[in-house]
Design a protein around this ligand. Structure first.
Ligand SMILES: *Cc1c(COP(=O)(O)O)cnc(C)c1O
Length: 215
């Protein structure tokens, strides 16, 4: 099920804010993606390798596939030929493997570094120290184009806001310290995307608002 009026509202909002909407289609059927594609959507986010590979094979070739889930190093090879942006790079070991698979496929792969900003320990990502110690020039087949993060799952908007502000400051500090050019700050989901954009996000990842709740 695709919520067309809400989709149009959110597209309008993101255009106004110069932000990119990634429609998170995990667990949803390919038919839902096709429907939203027909409305003009091109960026889709998936969390599971096998599911993304299967959908990619049966849907239009100009879809921009974003991988946003926890990625195991032994599965990078399956998405390396076609993935548009891996947003969930949470370790240097993974970065190294993406570099290797990019070279094998004769391409550069765009990635975001996932930062751990939430209080939950179950969430993945680099901490500030690890980020600042990272030397991205060791991985020439990878383009690090920005950062991604997920806030704590809570109704406390002030807390979420502090976490988003933290991520934005990591983004600025990393750019300044490493002299790298970043262009993507991916933060904000169904419950907090307006706040995220207010805090400097230029890429939001929306699932349940567009496709309905996941079972
Ligand atoms: C599932 C998921 C989303 C979308 O979440 P909704 O609350 O359904 O909008 C966004 N980002 C990541 C990393 C996800 O895993």
């Amino acid at each position: 099920m695709v919520n067309e009026p809400l989709y149009k509202d959110i597209v309008g909002f993101t255009k106004l804010k110069n932000s990119t909407l990634v429609a998170v289609s995990k667990i949803k059927p390919a038919a839902d993606i096709q429907k939203m594609y027909d409305m003009g959507q091109r960026d889709f986010g998936e969390n599971y390798v096998q599911e993304m590979v299967e959908k990619q094979a049966q849907l239009p070739a100009d879809i921009l596939w974003h991988f946003i889930g926890h990625l195991q190093t032994n599965k990078v090879k399956y998405i390396a030929p076609f993935v548009h942006l891996i947003q969930s790079v949470d370790s240097e070991k993974l970065l190294k493997e993406i570099d290797k698979q990019a070279a094998k496929n004769n391409r550069k792969i765009n990635v975001l570094l996932q930062m751990h900003i939430a209080e939950e320990q179950t969430k993945f990502g680099f901490d500030e120290q690890e980020l600042m110690n990272l030397d991205v020039s060791l991985y020439p087949n990878v383009n690090v184009t920005g950062l991604m993060g997920m806030a704590t799952f809570t109704d406390d908007k002030e807390k979420v806001k502090r976490e988003f502000e933290q991520l934005q400051s990591y983004y600025n500090n990393f750019e300044d310290a490493k002299k790298v050019e970043l262009n993507t700050l991916s933060m904000g989901m169904s419950d907090d995307y307006e706040l995220a954009i207010h805090c400097g996000s230029n890429m939001i990842r929306i699932g349940s608002l567009l496709f309905g709740k996941r079972s």
